[in-house]
Design a binder for this molecule. Structure first.
Ligand SMILES: Nc1ncnc2c1ncn2[C@@H]1O[C@H](COP(=O)(O)OP(=O)(O)OP(=O)(O)O)[C@@H](O)[C@H]1O
Length: 607
């Protein structure tokens, strides 16, 4: 647990944080304050409804005393009419209070959802990758839904029941303090059961939530890597991993079930105690002339009436525990670590500098072992090297996806990973071949890069990547809905949309990693044409899988085993006869070192 009450749950170190009790309390108060007037209105309506509900037993007690003292029929009729009016008023006020409570809940839920989306979008990509998308997805779906149930129903009902319970107890005290004290004393076992339960419930539900995330994560990872799983015969291992995750989830759920199965029967039994206590003590007191029969009956009725809100409170407290754990997971997102603290500093120029950069993934040794590199604005730099040398890792650091574990990667003197997303996308953008088409219109898909862009700019960006023709042919043009369930978009069009986004974001530097490496030749040619238009006038750092990319670059950087071993123009490096020269000769089919054969333009620069 950190100083501000945030704790990190789960097994992996990269897990997203879970908010501590103090933070959850603060967040709940903030939500209430955000719609303070509505909340006060709900509270007042509930108080009025509860007050109307109290009139019933009191009037009944008065009727009994009136009949016993031989009062007239007229008085009893009046009291009975009052009884009816009070019951009607209570029903109407309670309905109104519930309606207001539900409206408050819906508005607050909308706020929670919007906050969650904002926070999820602001998470650094590396944090999401480390935590696993399963955890984030579970928080955004199951956990937000649980919070929603609380806000929509549990919260308002709990409020109604609490106000009713307080009023009923107060009424018994007003009727007769002694009877009130006896009733309260008889409630002690309920208090004990509640205490026992509350001490265990939060941790139980947090464990249940984490286990649910783990199941989602394992299943999502297996589905994502289905081909690899098949190719390497990993099905058995993945099934075992899923089984373990499910087993932990089952155990966590059984634990909370056990807590409920002790708690509920215990309080059920305890309900009769206050009524029995008041009747027994009331009988004795009446024998000594200390109370009237009417008062005892009214007190017993109040306490009988008390069990209903109490039952509701306990049931909702139980739900509150599980949704409280969900809220802690939703709210925990605010505490997600950033690779480096965010900065508001603006880069002084377009220069990219890497100094003494080291990087190690959570598991495994150092992948980059002290890289120094300065990229001149406007230059084309090719990164080559054997597979596993650290090219992708360096590309991720250059694009600000992650921060180096030591050393610096800066743009215009500011750490790239510290830039806010809006600033970062004006500076450096990483282009890979993973392109997602978001559910929404073409316009929505483009405006991710530039929310305020007018249609002319969108069309210009589409034209720049050669996508304007097919977008014009869509039934609703920019309005056409895309994505799964709407209009599916093939790989090359998805990539064109992604490149159009790059044009809109207009960064001065592009990092290309496998942007076209795995596409089929026809699609790759198509995409490369679009890419060429996007690259014009920008600094380009390309992980070069094909050596013709390196040949055409201004400079080539050779990365071997996490170190930059060569840096220079293609001609210089070929002339120097080092690792790049060997790679080039092999690829080019020269008979010199390695004496390989011509592998053609699609050959891979990775050894
Ligand atoms: N998420 C990760 N967790 C742990 N190790 C990783 C992770 N990603 C990469 N590595 C390891 O880091 C090393 C460098 O990987 P990287 O992908 O940067 O190399 P590369 O030069 O781009 O290789 P390739 O050309 O095959 O893509 C490799 O040994 C790889 O196994």
């Amino acid at each position: 647990m950190t100083a501000d009450g945030t704790e990190v749950q789960g097994q992996g170190q990269g897990r997203l944080p879970v908010a501590g009790r103090a933070r959850v309390r603060r967040a709940a108060l903030r939500l209430v304050a955000a719609d303070g007037r509505a909340f006060t209105g709900v509270l007042v309506l509930n108080v009025l409804a509860a007050a109307a509900g109290l009139a019933g037993p009191w009037l009944l007690g008065r009727i009994i005393d009136q009949v016993r003292s031989g009062g007239g029929v007229h008085g009893v009729d009046l009291l009975a009419a009052g009884l009816l009016a009070a019951a009607l008023t209570q029903v109407l006020l309670a309905r109104w209070a519930r309606y207001a409570g539900h409206r408050f809940g819906e508005r607050t839920l909308a706020r929670v959802r919007e906050e969650f989306v904002d926070r999820a979008l602001a998470l650094p990509a590396a944090v999401v990758e480390r935590a696993g998308t399963g955890d984030l997805t579970t928080r955004g779906t199951a956990d937000v839904a649980a919070v929603g149930t609380t806000l929509r129903t549990v919260g308002p009902e709990l409020l109604v029941s609490t106000v009713q319970a307080v009023f009923v107890l107060a009424a018994v005290f007003l009727l007769n303090p002694l009877l009130g004290a006896i009733g309260l004393l008889a409630l002690a076992p309920v208090g004990c059961a509640l205490r026992w339960y509350l001490r265990r419930a939060r941790d139980g539900y947090l464990r249940e939530g984490a286990a649910g995330s783990e199941v989602a994560e394992v299943l999502a990872a297996t589905a994502r890597g289905a081909r690899t799983v098949e190719a390497f015969g990993l099905a058995g291992r993945r099934i075992a991993a899923s089984r373990d995750a499910l087993e932990e989830s089952r155990r966590a759920r059984f634990h909370t079930l056990f807590l409920r199965s002790v708690f509920f029967p215990a309080v059920e039994v305890s309900y009769v105690l206050p009524v029995a206590g008041v009747l027994l003590a009331g009988g004795a007191l009446h024998a000594h002339g200390a109370v009237t029969v009417g008062a005892v009956v009214a007190a017993a009725l109040y306490l009988r009436q008390f069990t209903e809100p109490l039952d509701q409170i306990l049931m909702h407290v139980e739900l509150l525990q599980s949704s409280g754990a969900s809220f802690a997971r939703v709210e925990g997102l605010a505490e997600a670590p950033r690779p480096v603290p965010a900065t508001a500093d603006a880069p002084a120029d377009d220069r990219i500098d890497v100094a003494g950069a080291r990087y190690a993934y959570e598991r495994g040794g150092e992948v980059l072992r002290g890289v120094d590199l300065s990229v001149r604005p406007g230059e084309r730099l090719a990164l080559v090297g054997p597979s596993g040398a650290g090219k992708t890792t360096l590309a991720r650091l250059l694009a600000g996806v992650d921060a180096p574990t030591a050393g610096t990667v800066t743009v215009g003197g500011v750490p790239v990973a510290a830039l806010e997303p809006e600033t970062l996308r004006r500076q450096v953008v990483l282009v890979t071949q993973e392109h997602h088409v978001f559910l929404g219109s073409v316009r929505d898909n483009l405006r991710i890069a530039e929310p305020e862009a007018a249609d002319e700019r969108l069309w210009a960006a589409l034209a720049a990547v050669g996508a304007d023709a097919w977008v014009r042919e869509l039934p609703d043009g920019l309005e056409t809905e895309l994505g799964a369930g709407a209009r599916p978009v093939d790989g090359s069009r998805a990539q064109q949309l992604a490149l159009a986004r790059v044009v809109l974001a207009d960064p001065h530097t592009l990092i290309l990693d496998e942007a076209t490496a795995l596409l089929d030749p026809a699609t790759a040619r198509h995409t490369e044409r679009a890419l060429a238009a996007v690259l014009r006038g920008r600094t380009v750092i390309a992980v070069a899988h094909r050596l013709h990319t390196a040949h055409d670059a201004d400079r080539v950087a050779v990365l071997e085993d996490g170190l930059l071993t060569e840096l220079g123009t293609h001609d210089e490096l070929v002339a120097s006869g080092g690792a790049y020269a060997a790679l080039w000769h092999t690829w080019h089919g020269d008979t010199e070192p390695g004496g390989g054969t011509e592998r053609g333009g699609e050959a891979d620069a990775r050894s």
